[in-house]
Design a protein around this ligand. Structure first.
Ligand code: AHR
Length: 551
């Protein structure tokens, strides 16, 4: 292949001296990857990296909301440190108020003066008092502060179509209707924009233990009355199944004749033991649970395939999305914590499985258009942990940060040939990968080595593009359960990665054991000189100035 990229050879030589296959440490495995830059797929929606914020344990109260009178620095009640950390990440969407809590939540409890809001019992999560201090106006303020899209999950389990209809009118109507005027009286003149509205949660379980056909009918009934102004229509989401259970997907797709369903949502949690009564510890776990957690997380691929196979039958044009609005690792609660609060530590293992999930979502970007990890602060696979005024960012937070270059990029198919990571008869491909073309024309590649012992040497061929100037960032640590604490907050954190080079048209990478690396590669132009002729003069000049084209 002829390469028309002045910088390429220099880059390759420079970087090549820094890292060669021959430098790979002993016990290294060899893997090969082909990235098909010539077969671009779907756009990776930024909302794939979304968040979930339920009224559960110390998530909303303590984790996000401390109230305007708190000594903890806050903006209108939301703690500054956490909001700032989430803003740095660029949270695209926040699902609220549940989860199971959504099906017991009545929005009228959460409007008006806070000191006059009713106190309820959070019967799902710990039986604690729900003060309703955070309600509609506070949540909309939070997403406003974050610059995130709003995703409200409405109450089907104990609510009514009228209640949902009224909430949407209260939120979105520019009119002078009684509900719009009530919103104004409560301090908000302009209507808000709601991007997603979900109808119920887990209807097969905490949402009401319904048959698929019954929920499908209810969905269409609720959705039919959920009216908003024509120029501000949210996407309507049906609460779907979990894992590979497809009966509910079938029932929903079969009955979508009016097209009032923009997406079906699914949930998948990875448990190390697969046993809900003893899930496994978040830290201090045996290697067998490293392996089983990887296996459980990777099931996401099978589950998305199972659901999309059903959806494809009814919707070959892929109008309806498959949004994974709850996913993550679920462990036994932190010792001494309220079991109803779902608090757990987060370690390197969680950063690795987050990366595996991102790779899967990206590969299915044609259907998967939004996901929400469970959950954003202090609950399950959290991005942020707090204790009073203290805050620490978790390895999962850093995995989200690492994958930022994928947002809005175009997915590229990747073939991986890798030795297995094997333990006690269980085997998994050691290397997992994802690649995309960014809007600026560069390539971004994610490589995960799940083998906790052996480094990997990876030779990657990029079909249809020439690349140069590789730079990278890595998350890894000495131990499988390495984690950040309030006193040692930087144990697991992204670091610059230099063991990658471009040589002879091939990308060479030495990937440490138990690590995830995201590489960014400057792309030259397609290998044909015709591509140069086709470039506008301004682009040619720009590329020459960057050293990417010969004079
Ligand atoms: O994320 C915790 C809970 O898990 C959610 O409320 C529920 O939807 C799921 O079962």
């Amino acid at each position: 292949m002829k390469v028309f990229c002045g910088a390429l050879i220099a880059c390759a030589m420079l970087a090549g001296s820094a890292a060669r296959a021959a430098d790979a440490p002993a016990g290294t495995i060899d893997a090969t990857i082909t990235i098909h830059a010539d077969r671009p797929g779907a756009t990776i929606a930024p909302e794939i990296y979304g968040q979930f914020a339920e009224h559960l344990g110390h998530l909303m109260y303590g984790g996000l909301w401390v109230g305007p009178k708190s000594p903890i620095p806050n903006v209108r009640g939301f703690r500054k440190d956490v909001v700032e950390a989430l803003k740095r990440l660029g949270v695209p969407v926040v699902r609220w108020p549940g989860g199971c809590f959504a099906d017991q939540y009545h929005w009228r409890d959460g409007i008006g003066p806070r000191d006059r809001r009713p106190v309820r019992i959070n019967t799902t999560w710990g039986g604690v008092e729900e003060t309703n201090a955070v309600g509609t106006h506070e949540y909309m303020d939070l997403v406003g502060q974050l610059g995130a899209k709003a995703y409200i999950d409405t109450n089907v389990g104990t609510g009514s179509p009228q209640e949902t209809k009224d909430w949407l009118e209260y939120l979105t109507s520019p009119s002078h209707s009684e509900l719009a005027q009530l919103r104004r009286k409560n301090g908000r003149d302009a209507p808000w924009r709601i991007d997603y509205v979900g109808f119920g949660n887990e209807p097969w379980g905490c949402g009401g233990d319904m048959r698929p056909e019954y929920y499908a009918d209810l969905y269409h009934r609720f959705a039919a009355f959920a009216k908003t102004p024509d120029d501000a229509k949210p996407l309507k989401l049906a609460a779907g199944p979990y894992d590979d259970k497809t009966e509910l997907t079938e029932a929903l797709m079969k009955t979508n004749s009016f097209g009032d369903m923009d997406a079906i949502t699914i949930h998948h949690y990875a448990l190390p033991t697969g046993d809900w009564s003893h899930k496994g510890a978040a830290i201090g776990f045996p290697e067998s649970q490293w392996m089983s957690t990887m296996q459980a997380a990777l099931k996401m691929e099978d589950f998305i395939r199972a659901q999309t196979a059903v959806m494809d039958k009814y919707d070959p044009d892929k109008k309806v999305g498959l949004d994974v609005d709850e996913w993550g690792n679920w462990y036994d609660p932190s010792p001494g914590s309220n079991p109803g609060f779902l608090e757990q530590q987060d370690s390197l293992r969680d950063a690795i499985t987050a990366a595996l999930n991102f790779n899967i979502f990206q590969a299915h970007a044609d259907r998967v258009r939004m996901t929400c990890i469970a959950q954003v602060v202090n609950v399950l696979q959290a991005l942020v942990l707090t204790d009073g005024p203290k805050m620490v960012l978790t390895p999962t937070y850093w995995a989200f940060m690492l994958y930022k270059p994928f947002r809005g990029a175009t997915d590229l198919p990747v073939d991986v040939t890798s030795p297995n990571y094997a333990l006690d008869g269980a085997t998994l491909s050691a290397i997992h990968a994802s690649a995309a073309r960014t809007a600026a024309g560069g390539l971004v590649i994610a490589l995960v080595n799940i083998d906790p012992h052996r480094a990997a040497h990876i030779a990657a061929t990029i079909a249809g593009a020439s690349v140069a100037k590789v730079s990278g960032t890595i998350i890894t640590a000495d131990t499988m359960d390495a984690h950040n604490t309030f006193s040692r907050p930087d144990v697991v954190k992204p670091q610059p990665f230099s063991a990658a080079s471009v040589s002879g048209g091939t990308l060479q990478v030495n990937l440490p054991a138990k690590s995830v690396v995201v590489l960014q590669l400057q792309r030259c132009f397609d290998s044909s000189p015709r591509a140069l002729v086709a470039l506008p003069q301004s682009a040619v000049a720009g590329r020459r100035a960057e050293g990417r084209l010969p004079e």
